[in-house]
Design a protein around this ligand. Structure first.
Ligand code: TXA
Ligand code: MG
Length: 327
């Protein structure tokens, strides 16, 4: 804190108890950077209302500064002070908050989220996370908290305090450790701007569940000539160092294996199975951690089994395609 955003600093490991939560909130209120747990992934949190604090996020992540960030709030009432909710946005918030859904809505006249966190846009991305520790920190901080995933830009999202520390140790003030995250992929991002809700990023709430609530299909950003308006749609993202080969039947010599379901490759020396029983929720929760673990073995490539494109499979395949995209 009170240092230049990129100055080296001692990173404290805080326990997710009352003392740790109070200290995390205090650091955030003072403009510091704290990696904290949500139900999706760990977030690199800062006071969203402070341009200086938000600049620290971009510096620590080495993130291109044109990416707008999600602002996190403890409840719908505080979210409605920041953004204008149409009928679709309200229905989605009421059904899925707290939970792994982000809504992009017009910023309200009284919106306090900084220009930098919104990347100068007239819209704001809002999320009320379900994790009790995140909720406690947000309530104590008493202001919107910007938090992209707690990893260096372009790397695999952090789903544990150890992963966050490995990427950001020495660059941030603290990591609040509440163990591994439950959902394992980031929130679904939906914009509600012109009456036609759009899917900007598949994530922890399956598209089918959202369409059920709004009573019609989502417009998919990037489809049908729509330009990708969310930078999270950039192709190469979530990249391990190793090349990634998708829809594989079996590993080739030198390759590590990321399996799904009972596939018979489990005795391969560099194999991990996202879910031996073929459960997509279990697979999502393991995805980033297993990619990181296989990557550290230094394989020629990570071969990945085919994942069904339904429910959470859509978000898993989205992240895998980005990991496999040419860089
Ligand atoms: O699960 C999550 O969402 C995690 C946890 C920590 O909450 N956070 C996260 O934040 O993934 P971040 O900043 O990595 O992702 C933000 C996504 C990007 O796809 C970004 O482009 C989009 O939200 N976004 C933010 N503001 C936007 C806006 N005004 N218009 C369009 N897209 C926006
Ligand atoms: Mg990210």
């Amino acid at each position: 804190m009170n240092q230049s955003p990129s100055a080296p600093r001692q990173t404290k490991l805080l326990a997710a108890d009352a003392v740790g939560i109070a200290e995390a909130a205090e650091l955030l209120r003072a403009g510091g950077l704290v990696a904290l747990p949500t139900e999706t992934v760990y977030g690199l949190a800062a006071d969203a209302t402070s341009g200086t604090a938000v600049a620290g996020i971009y510096a620590a992540k080495e993130r291109p500064s044109f990416n707008p960030l999600i602002s996190h709030l403890p409840d719908l009432a505080s979210a409605r002070r920041q953004g204008l909710f149409d009928a679709n946005a309200l229905a989605l918030a009421q059904n899925f908050w707290p939970g792994p859904l982000t809504l992009v809505v017009p910023a309200s006249p009284g919106c306090t989220v900084s220009e930098l966190a919104r990347a100068g846009l007239a819209t704001v991305a809002l999320r009320v996370p379900a994790h009790p520790v995140a909720h406690a920190v947000l309530a104590a901080a008493g202001r919107p908290i910007a938090a992209p995933s707690a990893n260096r830009s372009g790397r695999i999202s952090a789903t544990s305090a150890e992963d966050a520390l490995a990427d950001l140790g020495g660059r941030i003030d603290a990591v609040l450790d509440a163990g591994p995250t439950e959902v394992g992929v980031e929130s679904t991002v939906v914009s509600c701007l012109d009456g036609a809700p759009r899917l900007l990023r598949p994530g922890g709430v399956p598209r089918e569940a959202i369409e059920h609530v709004i009573g019609r299909p989502l417009v998919i950003a990037g489809d049908a000539g729509h330009a990708p308006i969310s930078p999270g749609m950039l192709a190469s993202h979530y990249a391990p160092a190793a090349r990634v080969r998708l829809d594989a039947e079996a590993p080739q010599p030198g390759e590590a294996w990321l399996g799904f379901g009972p596939d018979g490759n489990d005795d391969h020396p560099q194999a991990l199975n996202l879910s031996p029983s073929g459960d997509l929720r279990e697979a999502a929760s393991h995805l980033f951690g297993y990619l990181r673990r296989l990557d550290t073995l230094g394989p020629s490539a990570i071969a990945v089994a085919r994942i069904p494109e339904q429910g959470l499979g859509e978000a898993i395949n989205d992240r895998l395609r980005r990991a496999a995209a040419p860089r």
